[in-house]
Write a protein that binds this ligand. Structure first.
Ligand code: FAD
Length: 469
């Protein structure tokens, strides 16, 4: 097989695989280089496994919520069923044979190994060199961040990858990091009987999320028995006969049988040989323009660009880069709406800016907040309806610039808000629209006065709709 192709894709992870398959479908020849699993983090160690755990844990919670509303239900959670589904159905036992076969059957040349640039159009893997005729896509992703914490290297801790392959659960767990992944896993494990403590150095869980939204999630976690420490980070870690003890900045200590480090992701491109290809990186992230070009004939997509570090962003970038390679003159990347979610229960859906971000960007922000239980669908839902809608509008531009939803199906509602932001939908059009009644996305309409004033305020007379005066 020849070592030359139109395009080399370095890293066949979540978006590299997508780009490679799209290019093959358009008749280009592609060499795909992957050192670990074709498909990358999302299907094996990230989105899909965590969301399968969330689904299982939510079933446990929903069953328990039946009490008092429909009758009594007893649920006896069994982790072996959950771990078995994750292994056999979701990740295929962390085996990418099917993905490799799919790539090769579409005509791709697959190379297993770690690639590094040898020049602007060439990549080496071991002793072999591969040449690109039209260009190279860098899609090398990110890895779990394990910061320097005194004593950590002497402790047998989990990263999120380890947590997702666990066939057995510890009796207790300290999670370092109260971001989306830390909060999601805290809730999953506590619902399967683990005594969980979360440690977050920022003043709130879910830093970067509207404080009102983070407060709802924090209250929900604490109500389920999670111990939440905020405003103090891990200063040192020591092993103990029973597991690990974490000394905190404020002098306190928390301990557990197992320690999970969920402090985010890091991108290390220092050994990719980027300088051989005249590609520039800042703090590890490859610098790209709106069409994901890193330099002439080299594109970078996904986590390695540092934009969002989310699958939806990685796949969005993939389609733009592929369009650019194929000469279809795609629209440059627009991250202004950035819909994203935290899959806790209640779920958090976010699009665009928070109120604080809007104000610090100089936007004349107007804000409306409505409790989810004061919307029609939320009120009907009753148990499990904790949450709120918070919308941020620019008065002078008469449009939404941000929105946060906490409650059932909030991730879907964020998609609706995100589209309104991106398309600059005037507020009066959002008010003067037909919403499915009753619906969770309709909560957005209710917050701004759709469904009619009488109905919209009937459930929440103290919180009248804004934006319509
Ligand atoms: C626990 C967790 C949960 C998450 N949940 C969500 C979620 O619910 N929704 C969401 O949108 N995002 C989620 N994410 C983020 C999402 O997984 C990533 O943003 C996405 O997978 C990034 O895709 P990528 O293609 O950039 O990188 P990756 O999928 O990491 O792929 C990069 C690939 O490149 C390979 N590689 C690296 N260097 C080389 C080299 N030199 N040579 C050859 N191969 C190389 C790697 O082996 C890897 O397979 C989650 C992340 C984590 C950690």
């Amino acid at each position: 097989m020849t070592n030359r192709a139109d395009i080399i894709v370095l890293g066949l992870g979540t978006c590299g695989e997508d780009a490679a398959l799209r290019l093959l479908d358009q008749g280009l020849s592609v060499i795909g280089i992957e050192e670990r699993l074709v498909g990358g983090e999302c299907p094996y160690y990230a989105c899909l496994p965590t969301k399968s755990l969330v689904r299982s844990a939510n079933l446990v919670a929903e069953a328990r919520r039946a009490d008092g509303l429909v009758g009594s239900v007893t649920v006896d959670p069994d982790w072996s069923l959950v771990a078995g589904r994750l292994r056999d159905e979701i990740t295929g036992d962390w085996d990418d044979t099917g993905a490799v076969t799919r790539f090769e059957q579409r005509g791709g040349h697959f190379v297993r190994g770690r690639g590094t640039f040898a020049g602007p159009r060439s990549v080496t893997v071991g002793d072999d060199t591969y040449e690109a005729i039209r260009g190279i896509i860098i899609a090398t992703g990110s890895t779990p961040l394990v910061p320097q914490i005194a004593g950590l290297d002497a402790v047998d801790f989990w990263t999120t990858r380890d947590a997702l392959v666990a066939e057995e659960l510890p009796a207790s767990l300290v999670i370092l990091g109260g971001g989306p992944v830390g909060c999601e896993l805290a809730q999953v494990f506590t619902r399967f009987g683990v005594a969980v403590t979360i440690v977050e150095r920022a003043d709130q869980l879910l830093p970067g999320i509207e404080p009102e939204g983070a407060a709802v999630v924090t209250a929900a976690l604490m109500a389920e028995g999670v111990t939440v420490v905020t405003g103090s980070g891990a200063r040192q870690v020591t092993s103990s006969p029973g597991g690990a003890i974490v000394g905190l900045d404020d002098g306190r200590a928390v301990g557990a049988e197992r320690l999970l480090v969920a402090l985010g992701r890091t991108v290390d491109t220092s050994d990719l040989g980027l300088s051989e290809a005249h590609v520039r990186a800042d703090g590890g992230f490859v610098r790209v323009d709106g069409r994901l070009r890193a330099t002439n004939g080299i594109w970078a997509i996904g986590d390695v660009t540092g934009k969002g570090l989310l699958t939806q962003v990685a796949l969005y970038q993939s389609s733009i880069a592929v369009g650019d390679i194929l000469g279809s003159d795609p629209m440059p990347a627009d991250y202004s709406n950035m819909p994203r979610a935290v899959f806790t229960d209640p779920e958090v859906g976010v699009a665009g800016m928070t109120e604080a971000e809007a104000r610090s960007a100089g936007i004349d922000a107007e804000v409306v907040t409505k409790a989810m239980g004061a919307t029609f669908r939320g009120w009907l839902h009753r148990t499990g309806n904790d949450g709120m809608v918070k919308l941020v509008a620019s008065k002078s531009e008469d449009r939404l610039v941000g929105g946060t939803v906490v409650g059932p199906h909030a991730s879907d509602v964020a998609g609706f808000i995100g589209l309104a932001i991106r398309e600059h939908v005037p507020l009066e059009h959002l008010v003067d629209s037909i919403y499915v009644f009753p619906s969770f996305y309709g909560a957005v309409g209710e917050a701004i006065g759709a469904y009619g004033r009488g109905l919209g305020t009937a459930l929440d007379p103290d919180n009248p709709p804004l934006f319509t005066d």
